[in-house]
Design a binder for this molecule. Structure first.
Ligand code: SF4
Length: 448
């Protein structure tokens, strides 16, 4: 690995327009990737990890320009060593997002992609050897014998045999097909491979084989890798550094061992807590994230993780148990989204009245039970607001309940966008908690 980045992604965005009506008027945008930046150095593997729908696959296809990015730069092989500087208009001559057809063809030789499902990436009517050799032909190698010799050699290097050249895709298992996909990605001797969930469709035992093959090939071919996965344990096995993505943004980035031993962002902590421990008797607190990833067409304000974050910050005048605060915000958000089914809650409530209908008190208590809230909040002011809001909810005044809850329970995490905090050694995370910690360290140093 060298200090020179092979790939520099800067403020990359991919927004999909949301249109309406016959005239397809644009009414919004789904911000699948919303301003991500990172470098990949020569010989380095960077993992991009996050839940499904966080934008990592869109990021990959935008980098390789299978999709047109909306904004940002993807500078490939454009460091000082190449002796290139920026154009007078500020653009970079090696910015992939600006490449014309010819430049893009050359880039596609140097940067290859491996997909999750190897079955769908081969033509079932072509032998696998011809499928791979076709890449050489497209890029100008007309000598048939030479093409065959190169492909046969590659098949052996990925653990298959030269005689597999004349076999068809259906004759291979999933793991073997992924080996063939790797051979095809390598045939043009690329500098960069973007691998999008390359082992997630495979059995665990086969996963380990393919991961160690990727590792060996990376060394042998001096490759840089962008490795996309939802699985932290896979990332740990293969990546030098990790970027954690949530809802179109990178929330934490750093060296793999540092991220695993000293995670800073609450989302990274939650992802790590879900990895099974090797010793089944060992115990670790599993951090359960409530709710699903919000829609990228309407991302939450401030920190996008605030609708699910277990550490979401309380306002200065409140001091509830943290889990209660989280649940109170869950109630607030569900009421605001008109997503509290009072009829269902009534049915769940105990019947304690003669006419078979639960009393308002029982329904209010049932709402607290369903949101895991205590019968009385420890903070009297907060308790009064909650009681009044529940009263309105039971009286079917949902707007009134939402107004009360939205007015009283506001987290600083939804009011400002967290900035990157530098933890040293290239380890950065974006969380207001860290900003506050740094501010208080700076203050106490200034006082000394
Ligand atoms: S800024 Fe707030 S919501 Fe976001 S990760 Fe930090 S504590 Fe959680």
């Amino acid at each position: 690995m060298t200090d020179e980045p092979l790939l520099s992604v800067r403020n990359l965005k991919k927004h999909y327009p949301i249109t309406k009506g016959l005239l397809s008027r644009q009414v919004g945008a789904a911000k699948a990737v919303d301003g991500i930046s990172f470098d990949i150095h020569r010989g380095e593997t960077l993992g991009l990890v996050g839940e499904s729908g966080c934008g990592k696959s869109t990021a990959a296809s935008s980098i390789i320009r299978l999709e047109e990015p909306t904004d940002g730069e993807v500078i490939f092989n454009g460091g000082d060593r190449a002796g290139r500087t920026r154009n007078p208009d500020g653009t970079h001559p090696n910015d992939v997002t600006r490449f014309d057809k010819k430049e893009l063809k050359a880039f596609r030789r140097d940067a290859q992609m491996v997909f999750q499902d190897p079955s769908s990436s081969f033509d079932p009517r072509m032998t696998i050897g011809s499928s791979i050799a076709e890449m050489l032909l497209v890029h100008g190698m007309t000598d048939r014998q030479r093409r065959r010799a190169i492909v046969e050699d590659l098949l052996e290097r990925v653990g298959l045999s030269a005689s597999d050249y004349d076999r068809y895709p259906h004759e291979f298992s999933g793991g073997q097909k992924q080996r063939i996909a790797l051979a095809r990605a390598l045939v043009l001797n690329p500098d960069l491979i973007v691998a999008d969930e390359p082992v997630s469709a495979l059995d665990v035992s086969i996963q380990a084989e393919i991961l160690s093959l990727i590792d060996e090939l990376q060394e042998e071919f001096d490759l840089s890798l962008l490795f996309i996965s939802h699985d932290m344990s896979v990332i740990r096995k293969i990546c030098d550094r990790v970027a954690v993505m949530y809802l179109g943004e990178i929330v934490e980035i750093g060296e793999t061992e540092e991220i695993f031993s000293n995670p800073q962002h609450p989302y990274t902590e939650a992802l790590l807590s879900s990895i099974p421990l090797p010793d089944p008797r060992a115990e670790r607190e599993q951090i359960e994230l409530t709710g699903t990833v919000p829609s990228p067409s309407n991302p939450p304000s401030g920190c996008r993780f605030h609708t699910r974050c277990p550490k979401v910050i309380q306002p200065d005048d409140l001091d509830l148990e943290q889990a209660t605060w989280r649940r109170l915000l869950n109630l607030r958000d569900r009421v605001a989204a008109d997503d509290v089914d009072i009829e269902q809650i009534q049915e769940n409530a105990l019947v304690d009245e003669d006419d078979g209908r639960p009393s308002n008190e029982v329904i209010k208590s049932q709402i607290r039970t369903e949101f895991d809230l205590p019968e009385t909040l420890s903070d009297p002011q907060a308790e009064e607001t909650l009681s009044q809001a529940l009263e309105k909810l039971v009286a079917d005044d949902r707007a009134g309940a939402a107004e009360l809850l939205n007015g009283a329970f506001v987290t600083p995490c939804e009011q400002s966008v967290p900035e990157d905090t530098d933890h040293g050694g290239g380890h950065r995370s974006a969380c207001i908690l860290h900003e506050r910690e740094q501010d208080s360290i700076e203050l106490s140093t200034a006082d000394d």
